[in-house]
Design a protein around this ligand. Sequence first.
Ligand SMILES: Cc1cc2nc3c(=O)[nH]c(=O)nc-3n(C[C@H](O)[C@H](O)[C@H](O)COP(=O)(O)OP(=O)(O)OC[C@H]3O[C@@H](n4cnc5c(N)ncnc54)[C@H](O)[C@@H]3O)c2cc1C
Length: 442
Amino acid sequence: MNDTPTSCDAVVIGAGVIGSAVTLELTRRDLNVINLDKLPAAGYGSTSSSAAIIRFHYSTLSGVALSWEAMHWWRDWPNHVGSAEHDELAQYVKMPMLMALAPGAELPPFFAHFDTLGLPYRMASMDEVDERWPGFDWGLYGPPAALDDTTSSFWADEPKGRHEKALVMEDAGFITDPALAAQNLAAAAVAEGAEFRFRSEVVSIDRNDDGTRVAGVTLADGTAISAPVVINVGGPHSTILNRMAGVDGEMARRGRALRREVYLAPAPMERFDSEGFIMGDLDVGVYFRPERGNNILVGSTEPACDPLVWVEDPDSLDETLTEDDFQVHMLRIARRIPGFGIPHSKQGLVAMYDATEDWTPIYDRSSLDGYYMACGTSGNQFKNAPVAGWLMAELVTAVEAGHDHDVDPLTLDGPVTGMPIDMRTFSRLREVDASAGNTVLG
Ligand SMILES: Cc1cc2nc3c(=O)[nH]c(=O)nc-3n(C[C@H](O)[C@H](O)[C@H](O)COP(=O)(O)OP(=O)(O)OC[C@H]3O[C@@H](n4cnc5c(N)ncnc54)[C@H](O)[C@@H]3O)c2cc1C
């Protein structure tokens, strides 16, 4: 048991990229914050497995505004984390993002959001795309099929047609080292007075005597930490924490741990890592981005043919790559990149999303006064982490000052872009609307 006096203004559970960002932002508001994580360092949870892609197409207007705002924060990373020149920092690699469109295809809702908010984008013909990035097959093969579905036209020799044009967003990109980004935020928070305690597992979220307000947390070694504010940023463990707090039952939306595999394979064309692009390709059911060493990082866009593998106990995730899943993803990307081939050795990782039904996160208070949550991040919130930390700090400040966020949800203007972020979008109580995301793209 740790017998250091333990009380503070706010406890943040989780030192992933979002938990570290929340800690930094609360510390910058002069709160005395203790961050607790059961792992040995910041960014070792699901953050460490992130593809860390920065892009802007979300199904909700506030999702688009949040990601556009956040891109500006990554651009200004050294200033944001207040680092000295010698500090090792995560890097934002700017890289265009493509989304190909079939002839006559209905435009996804994010186009209207881009226009409403004035985001820059370009429609390129496939000939233009071919010229800039030769070696791709822009045929229409979808919807994707399972490996053993021999009747599906997805595996036919010839495509059903050809994509007509592609959305190109030049401001997209990725962060080189997602765990390092979390560590940069944590170091910045420590420099401003926050305390991080690693190997500290929260086993109980405690209430005051009449049970109406959070009073703090208890750790596995028996240490009790009292605090009037506790924030759950537990990633794939967030629902377990919400159950501990006794608030899980009130939630219309909640996260569930979803098993995901991501693969690394050699790029079959030269200089893809420096001159390539990022793609969310629903037609062949994969997303991909360049990775150093002229590799391609490949993940899934959850096509309907692939069953989702939910993980009941996030502490017993099976971390072995699945041969069939590996093969099907390599064959799917080979539809887009002829000659891709199946690499001789499987490389990749197994990780978990904390996925909600509408692939939208929950940045909210709860019915238990003082207990908040930044969770349900659905495989798509790395890019938003620094601003999510700021949203949570604004929310805590307003609610603790008496604002009734459930009755009158906050709308916050992005400090850099001025774009409005309507927090109703991220409410635990929201209804799922018809245009909500149904893949990791959100
Ligand atoms: C494979 C993969 C690819 C992804 N790709 C992208 C992408 O390209 N772009 C994008 O924007 N997003 C992406 N994401 C999503 C993004 O990485 C996550 O949304 C983000 O990293 C979540 O950060 P977090 O801080 O909320 O959670 P985590 O990083 O999971 O941190 C949660 C922390 O809570 C701690 N914890 C949990 N329970 C307890 C407890 N009881 N006591 C103490 N500590 C506890 C854990 O140890 C952990 O360190 C991806 C995610 C995955 C898994």
